[in-house]
Design a protein around this ligand. Structure first.
Ligand code: UDP
Ligand code: MG
Length: 303
C-alpha cells in the first residue's frame, strides 16, 4: 500500500492550529492510506512551536527564525520519504476535503502531480487582487510561465519530490518550479474559502517574492536593457541630426531644455538598467554564497 505525507508550513498559527490540524487529519484518513504529518514552524513568534510539540502524531521542525514559506516547504519535503506527499497551508484556505480527491485522481491516472487550482480567488482587498494579476501577467509574458490560479496546494509523487530536491538552487519558487520539472499533471479546481484572519505576508515580502520568482524564470528584464539602450541610441542619433542641422543653418543654440531632457532621460534609463543588473547579480551572489536556505533550531518526532 502507498504511504502519504502532508507537508504543512506554519507561521504564527498558534490559536487555530490544533483545530485546523484535526480537520486536515480527518480528511487525510479518508484516503485510507497511512499518513504522516510534517509541520514546519517557520520561526513563529507566538506559541506555535509549543502547540507543535504537544500535538499527537505529528513530526515537527522548527526554524531558528523566519526564513519564509519557500524554505519551510523545502525543509518539509526533505523530511518526507512517502510515496505521495501533499503540500498545503495550515489555515484551511486549502480545503482539506480535496485531499482524498487528489489521491483518487492520482490513482486513476499516471499523474506525477495533482494540483489544486484556484477557480476563484477569495474576497481579497483590491490591491492584492491587482498585485496578483500584474504578477501573473508579468510571469506569463516575460517568463512564459502561466501561474494564474496556481497555488502551493499540490500532491507530488516520490519521483517529483526527489526531482525537486535534486535542484541545486537555494532560492526556490515552489509553484513555478514544479511545472518547470515537466511532470504529468492533473488539476482540481477549488474556491478559496473566505479567510478567517489576516494574511501573514507583508507587502514587501510579496514584492520580493514576485521579483525573485520573475528573475529566476526570465532574462527578459535584462534583455529590455539592451532594447532601451538601442532605443535611446536611435533617439540620440535623430536628436544629433537635428542639433547639427540647427548649428549649420547658423541659428543660435537654443537647446538648453533639450540637453537637460536628454541627460535626465539617459540617466534614468542607465539607473534602471543598473538596478536590473544588480538584481540578477544579487541572486547570483546569493546562490554563490551557498548558505543554507534555513537553519533548524529544534525538531520533534512523534512518540
Ligand atoms: N507561512 C510561512 N512563513 C511565512 C508566511 C507564511 O510558513 O513567512 C505559512 C503560513 O503559516 C500558512 C501558509 O504559509 O500555512 C500561507 O500563509 P498565509 O495564509 O499567511 O498566506 P496567504 O494565504 O495569504 O497566501
Ligand atoms: Mg492563508
Amino acid at each position: 500500500m502507498s504511504t502519504l505525507s502532508l507537508v504543512i508550513p506554519v507561521f504564527n498559527e498558534a490559536e487555530a492550529l490544533e483545530a485546523h490540524l484535526a480537520e486536515i487529519r480527518l480528511h487525510a484518513e479518508q484516503t485510507g492510506l497511512p499518513c504522516r504529518i510534517i509541520l514546519v514552524d517557520d520561526g513563529s513568534s507566538d506559541n506555535t512551536w509549543q502547540v507543535c510539540r504537544r500535538l499527537p502524531n505529528v513530526e515537527a521542525i522548527r526554524f531558528s527564525r523566519n526564513f519564509g514559506k519557500e524554505a519551510a516547504i523545502l525543509a518539509g519535503l526533505r523530511a518526507t520519504r512517502e510515496d505521495l506527499t501533499i503540500v498545503m497551508d495550515s489555515d484551511l484556505e486549502h480545503p482539506p476535503a480535496l485531499i482524498p480527491k487528489m489521491v483518487e485522481l492520482w490513482r486513476q491516472g499516471s499523474y506525477q502531480v495533482v494540483e489544486a487550482v484556484k477557480a476563484r480567488r477569495a474576497r481579497e482587498p483590491w490591491y492584492r487582487r491587482l498585485g496578483a494579476r500584474v504578477f501573473n501577467r508579468g510571469m506569463r509574458t516575460l517568463a512564459g510561465v502561466d501561474l494564474a490560479g496556481q497555488s502551493d496546494y499540490k500532491l507530488l509523487t516520490r519521483e517529483t519530490v526527489e526531482a525537486y530536491l535534486d535542484l541545486p538552487e537555494a532560492n526556490r519558487f515552489f509553484r513555478g518550479l514544479i511545472p518547470w520539472l515537466g511532470p504529468r499533471r492533473a488539476e482540481i479546481p477549488f474556491e478559496v474559502p473566505p479567510s478567517n484572519r489576516r494574511t501573514r505576508w507583508t507587502f514587501s515580502q510579496l514584492v520580493s517574492l514576485s521579483l525573485s520568482a520573475l528573475s529566476s524564470f526570465s532574462y527578459v528584464p535584462l534583455q529590455m536593457i539592451t532594447l532601451a539602450g538601442f532605443l535611446t541610441f536611435v533617439g540620440s542619433f535623430l536628436l544629433s541630426l537635428y542639433v547639427l542641422w540647427v548649428k549649420f543653418s547658423g541659428r543660435a543654440v537654443e537647446g538648453f531644455a533639450t540637453v537637460i531632457l536628454v541627460v535626465l532621460f539617459v540617466g534614468s534609463i542607465t539607473m534602471i538598467s543598473l538596478g536590473i543588473i544588480g538584481g540578477y547579480l544579487a541572486r547570483i551572489y546569493d546562490e554563490l554564497k551557498r548558505r543554507p536556505p534555513y537553519v533548524v533550531a529544534d525538531q520533534r518526532h512523534p512518540d
